[in-house]
Design a protein around this ligand. Structure first.
Ligand code: MIG
Length: 731
């Protein structure tokens, strides 16, 4: 068989070493379909697109993730690709891509990986899976984002495989310098190759393709308190009451799935939440928002309205033989809305009004991989190729015809989140929806914030949260966090405080724990621990103006909030290896304590000077220091030249607009830009926001108005670090 391009990978050698993913049958390039290249340029960045149409497929499947349409694609010859990038179709249900990885070349991104920042030297299976036990040997997690960022220094390339089907990345696991991507599909698809350019430029171009987050509602950036489950009305009232009484800043109480009537979605338990609407209204008048969990599985119960209606209207997934597809999840035997269809998403969005009308303002989509209790390995790792439709669990109906489940599994959670987002928006058209999703594909940021599922109350998982969230950010998802305190097991007080020390810098800031673990609200611990937690949460709230600036930056450039040091210091080879410290925007470097019984840790500060966040103590950069962070301290440094907008303490963000903002100036020459708006509506898209450039030089503060479109109530002032004088400021 003739290969489509110069062929470099030596299969026989790989097979002799018995690598698991090698097929047992001889490899031949069986491709006899069509392929073509085109390209476009985005802000001086080249994006090449390879379109692959296997034999018998006449069109490329609709993309569920790439939304860029405003682009001018032009046909091109095969470009000169980096890394000897090459491909073949090796089995009817499988494509293989090969490339070389040079010495020292880093690999990052790939969405949700239980890994350090550099994901090289490992194999990665990208398929949405509910595996509640996170460990180094796990392959697949909840989200599926086959976007690889690879390179070093200022030269990175992005590779994005646009498919709803599973992919597997072998990133030099044998240390031979070989990279390989398997795409298990029988359908047509696109591969995007972006760059080379700097890391921020690649992320900018990738998020141009798959979309960016909107500005989140201010309240959703505040502290969220959750547990599986606040079991009845009394327990919710008690928790909310304690939070306010003890002055723990908090915006949101989360209801996990036990609020429902035997896990029937869009119901509430008549025994445990008989006054559901009243409780939500009471919480709202106490300045809490309510977020409720929503699972995709609909209980198979002929008496249940949603099931009956969905069945009559043909809203659920079918088996390949045309029967209703049934699997077990929390409600028992359940059926699953076919979220690939527009009419199903619309129907679901309408049904969600049950929650909106009760006053719920945020939707938490859980189990949307989708998870099934009795199907342990949805996608066996040793599978050689995509199975034919008739062998799959169920099928979906999409615009371009019937799609077998595994070909589209990876976008199910994304599309459920789209339905949730549109449902919230329909009920409150000028309020930014808050959706939290466990599963997701590239572009999930368009609809939802994410958390990284069921971690444990382990230092190891506190530790891993940093590189995992960094890779999520590099994969285009800015609004992300992990369960603060850990989900499984009992969280001891020292760990909880250490976790908050990092968690105040997670874009998504939620304390959540599992059924049966000890109470994990900060006030459930002894007073001195509660006091430390309160102070840290107050610090989070004080940083909200800065956090909003960072989201403003994201919507314009795709930049994440949590960034590897090398995002800002690309030529610093020490910084490039660090993933137990991170940048929170350009101006704050976070270097937390990540193990029990430790107060000291080495801190690497890149070039320039740095000020310790809490004390203002100055450190020269390009050095490593051993620094003490006693329990409860903020493990952060501020870059010299920064101006941080800091807001007065508050109990919840309903107080935000009446609080004063102080610009803290770090150094004799400093600058920042500052964004503000109402924090809730979409009016900023019509210009109802303010943006200023603020600079400080030779003892003088200067402001330039970039945009004045919003009447703010804040009072402003400024203060130079190390000086006590606070001076008023007119904006
Ligand atoms: O099978 O709703 O990851 O956050 O508390 C467990 C109960 C289902 C898994 C989620 C977790 C949530 C839990 N859910």
């Amino acid at each position: 068989m003739k290969l489509p391009m110069g062929f470099v990978f030596d299969w026989t050698k790989g097979r002799q070493k018995g690598r698991k993913w090698q097929p047992h049958s001889p490899i031949n390039n069986i491709f006899n379909g069509k392929f073509f290249w085109d390209k476009y340029r985005l802000d001086n960045i080249d994006i090449h697109r390879l379109s692959i149409l296997p034999a018998e497929i006449s069109t490329i499947a609709n993309s569920f993730t790439v939304i860029a349409t405003d682009t001018e694609w032009s046909k091109t010859e095969k470009p000169k690709l980096p890394f000897d990038f090459n491909w073949q179709q090796s089995l009817p249900g499988r494509f293989d891509f090969y490339f070389k990885l040079a010495e020292g070349q880093k690999c990052m991104g790939l969405g949700e990986r239980y890994s350090g920042l550099n994901v090289r030297g490992e194999k990665h299976t990208i398929v949405t899976t509910d595996d509640p036990h996170h460990s180094e040997s796990m392959q697949a997690m909840y989200k599926a984002i086959p976007f690889l960022l690879t390179g070093k220094d200022n030269q990175f390339t992005g590779i994005y495989i646009d498919t709803g089907a599973p992919t597997r990345f072998d990133l030099d696991s044998e240390l031979t310098g070989q990279g390989r991507i398997e795409v298990l599909t029988r359908r047509g698809f696109h591969v995007y190759i972006i760059g080379s350019s700097s890391m921020p430029n690649i992320v900018k171009a990738f998020t141009h393709l798959v979309g960016r987050s909107k500005l989140p509602s201010l309240w959703s950036l505040g502290h969220q308190q959750s547990r599986w489950s606040y079991f009845n009305e009394e327990s919710v009232i008690e928790v909310a009451g304690e939070i306010r009484r003890r002055k723990i800043p908090c915006d949101t109480i989360v209801f996990d799935l036990d609020f429902m009537d035997e896990y029937r979605v869009f119901t509430r338990s008549p025994e445990r939440f008989p006054n559901f609407n009243k409780i939500v209204a009471d919480l709202s008048s106490d300045n809490f928002r309510v977020v409720t969990s929503v699972d995709p599985g609909v209980k198979e119960d002929p008496e249940y309205g949603l099931y009956k209606e969905g069945k009559d209207k043909n809203m659920f997934c079918k088996t390949p033989d045309g029967e209703l597809f049934v699997e077990k999840v929390w409600p028992g035997r359940s059926v699953f809305p076919d979220f690939l269809r527009d009419d199903v998403r619309k129907w679901w969005a309408e049904k969600q009004a049950f929650l909106s009308e009760a006053g719920v303002t945020g939707i938490w989509n859980d189990m949307n991989e989708p998870a099934f209790f009795d199907v342990s390995e949805v996608f066996p790792e040793k599978l050689e190729e995509m199975s034919p439709a008739k062998e799959q669990l169920c099928v979906h109906q999409a615009e371009d015809g019937t799609i077998p489940h595994l070909e589209a599994r990876n976008v199910y959670g994304l599309l459920m989140s789209q339905a949730a987002y549109e449902g919230l928006l329909a009920k409150r058209p000028n309020e930014r929806p808050f959706v939290l999703s466990r599963s997701g594909a590239a572009g999930i940021q368009r609809y939802a914030a994410v958390w990284l599922g069921d971690n444990k109350s382990w230092y190891e998982h506190l530790n891993k949260s940093i590189p995992m969230l960094l890779n999520m950010g590099l994969s285009g998802v800015p609004f992300a966090g992990v369960d603060i305190g850990g989900f499984w097991h009992d969280c001891l007080p020292e760990l909880l405080v250490r976790w908050y020390e990092v968690g105040i810098f997670y874009p998504f800031f939620r304390n959540h724990t599992s059924l049966g673990s000890r109470a994990q609200e900060i006030f459930s611990y002894v007073p001195k621990i509660e006091e430390m937690g309160r102070k840290l949460i107050e610090t989070r709230y004080s940083l909200l103006p800065y956090i909003r600036n960072l989201f403003w930056e994201h919507i314009r450039t795709g930049a994440p909030l949590m960034r590897p040091l090398s995002w800002h210091y690309p030529l610093d080879s020490i910084a490039a290896d660090i993933d137990d410290q991170f940048m929170f925007g350009q101006d704050i470097l976070v270097s937390p304590i990540l193990s029990r019984g430790h107060d000291y840790r080495p801190v690497y500060l890149p070039e320039g000077n740095w000020y310790r966040f809490e004390t203002g103590e100055k450190f020269a950069g390009n050095s490593t220091y051993t620094i003490r962070f006693p329990l409860g301290s903020v493990p952060a440094f501020v870059r010299e030249g920064a101006i941080l907008p800091i807001i007065e303490p508050m109990q919840h963000t309903n107080e935000y607009h009446s609080k004063s903002i102080i610009f803290k100036i770090f150094a004799d020459e400093a600058a920042c830009s500052y964004f503000e708006d109402d924090g809730i509506s979409f009016d900023y898209e019509k210009g109802a926001y303010n943006e200023y450039l603020i600079s400080y030089s030779k003892g003088k503060l200067n402001t330039t108005t970039v945009k004045k479109g919003y009447a703010s109530e804040h009072k402003y002032s400024y203060q130079k670090m190390g000086e006590s004088k606070v001076q008023p400021l007119e904006l």
